[in-house]
Design a protein around this ligand. Structure first.
Ligand SMILES: Nc1nc2c(ncn2[C@@H]2O[C@H](COP(=O)(O)OP(=O)(O)OP(=O)(O)O)[C@@H](O)[C@H]2O)c(=O)[nH]1
Ligand SMILES: [Mg+2]
Length: 261
């Protein structure tokens, strides 16, 4: 704490006021919601160079990644592409638009240690029935290949109640036993108090624990480090599973666990 004294005249008397201010710790003042005030934040994961890989319009164009892949899905215009750009520290890696229904393909991005797949948005009313069916088919085919997917970030607007489509999407993820986190977008439009209230309400609406939800803002970077922490855990777990598989394939059995007779 730092003491600041100030002097001011009132009714001919000299008044002294002492104000205490928290002194920022050395090493930075960046903090996110889940970290103590003024604690320096080390990014949970450093993203050096993110690159676009390819787009897929049909299932036979989906890629088979050789590293953990995280899918980003959500309603049209919820902020999926902006979220990817925030993580990449780039403005235009994924194309964003105020016009809903912009991303109609599965777009893959290489983030070094992992791959992100930006999925076409659902629930956009102003498209033809045929087009909607085509999107649904692409999404179904993508998630059916679940061995390739390490985690899903399902984006929903932090300001609104989840839509029927959001609920359906979550039921779909649960049905296929796909691990997911709900990422609430556009949190810059809410006060910190309201963010907490909305997290609670949306979690209750979706029958989820609050720890399954992360609030973010692609405009301000709010919540970014919480997302990076989640990604780090996903990568570590996926790599562990991969190593165990490789060991099992090579016939390396852990003899410590063998039962002695
Ligand atoms: N204020 C605010 N606006 C945002 C945020 N994220 C996205 N937007 C805006 O929301 C609009 C849609 O963003 P996109 O990232 O293109 O959304 P999308 O989900 O990829 O949309 P589709 O590809 O069409 O499904 C754009 O005008 C963005 O600038 C955010 O965190 N805060
Ligand atoms: Mg998009």
């Amino acid at each position: 704490m730092q003491q600041k004294k100030s002097k001011k005249k009132q009714n001919g008397h000299t008044m002294y006021a002492v104000k205490y201010e928290r002194k920022p710790k050395e090493g930075g003042q960046v903090c996110d919601e889940n970290t103590a005030v003024n604690a320096p934040v080390q990014p949970a994961l450093v993203i050096k160079n993110a690159e676009f890989i390819t787009s897929a319009a049909r299932a036979d164009q989906f890629i088979t990644p050789n590293k953990p892949m995280i899918a980003v899905c959500g309603k049209s215009n919820v902020g999926k592409s902006s979220f990817i750009n925030m993580l990449a520290n780039r403005k235009k890696l994924a194309k964003t638009s105020s016009e809903p229904g912009r991303t109609r393909l599965v777009n893959y991005f290489d983030f070094g240690e992992f791959i992100l797949a930006d999925l076409p948005g659902y629930g956009f009313a102003r498209v033809s029935k045929g087009e909607k069916e085509k999107w649904a088919k692409t999404l179904n085919a993508f998630f059916a290949d679940k061995e390739k997917i390490s985690h899903v970030f399902m984006l929903a607007d932090s300001r609104h109640d989840p839509t029927e489509d959001d609920v359906q999407m979550l039921e779909f993820l649960n049905f296929h036993i796909l691990p997911f986190t709900v990422v609430l977008t556009k949190a810059d439009k809410l006060s910190k108090m309201k963010i907490k209230e909305h997290i609670r309400a949306i979690a209750a609406d979706l029958y989820l624990g609050e720890s399954n939800l992360l609030a973010t803002s692609s405009e301000t970077g709010y919540g970014k480090n919480d997302v990076l922490k989640k990604i780090k855990t996903v990568i570590d777990n996926a790599n562990l599973v991969r190593e165990n598989f490789a060991e099992a394939e090579n016939g390396d059995v852990d003899t410590d666990n063998e039962i002695e007779e």
